[in-house]
Design a binder for this molecule. Sequence first.
Ligand SMILES: Nc1nc2c(ncn2[C@@H]2O[C@H](COP(=O)(O)OP(=O)(O)OP(=O)(O)O)[C@@H](O)[C@H]2O)c(=O)[nH]1
Length: 222
Amino acid sequence: MMTANGTKSRSTGSDSCVQCKVVILGAAGVGKTALTVRFLTKRFIGEYCPTLESIYKYQAQMDDEDVRMEILDTAGQSPGNWKDGYAMWPDCFMFVYSITDRTTFEEIISIKRQVENMRKSTTINGVLVGNKLDLLHDRQISFLEGSELADQIGCRFYEVSAADWTQVTVISDLFCDLYREYRKSRYVRDSRQRKTSSSVRFKQAIQKVISGKTAPRRTPTL
Ligand SMILES: Nc1nc2c(ncn2[C@@H]2O[C@H](COP(=O)(O)OP(=O)(O)OP(=O)(O)O)[C@@H](O)[C@H]2O)c(=O)[nH]1
């Protein structure tokens, strides 16, 4: 199983590290900072100043790889007011809503749409997170609705509570899963590039032979 037993990054300067940039998006007050702080420090601090924008660096062993994560905790503002960087900078996305607030759930659709519009792509590595699971008595969004939305936007789905200390491992796992999604997509992209460049090399070789620049190899006669 993947573990995230890392410590907050004090840049080691190691070049073998895989870089992974994560952005946390969601309406104001859904717990973006609480989730990030829980992941990084294993702590929950009841009150946070509304975030303007914070970036955290974190280094960990994930699936035997040294991973250097940069986590951008954004301000919960409407997607129309975003900077381009929110969509263009990251390798992967964490979309967060609160299970106690339907408007935050509905906002995920427009957040995802804005990301797609800015990136000009519908292929996005991400996870969908319903936070505040400890407030079950105030639940407005069922687990089923959450998982259906996750299917619709093409993300894995988690319900968690940043406030519940027993969920530390689940929260670590969800950040690790995010990295896994990214790694998978990187692998697909790299193998596509390898395929393209080898077929380009093949075409160039054929072209050279046709134009007579390179003589085809002859089989030595005995
Ligand atoms: N009960 C409960 N409260 C939570 C949980 N996560 C966050 N909160 C509370 O929700 C409030 C908002 O949390 P933040 O982490 O600041 O939310 P945010 O999404 O970063 O908010 P902005 O920075 O304004 O965008 C705080 O009072 C937190 O204590 C949770 O899992 N359960």
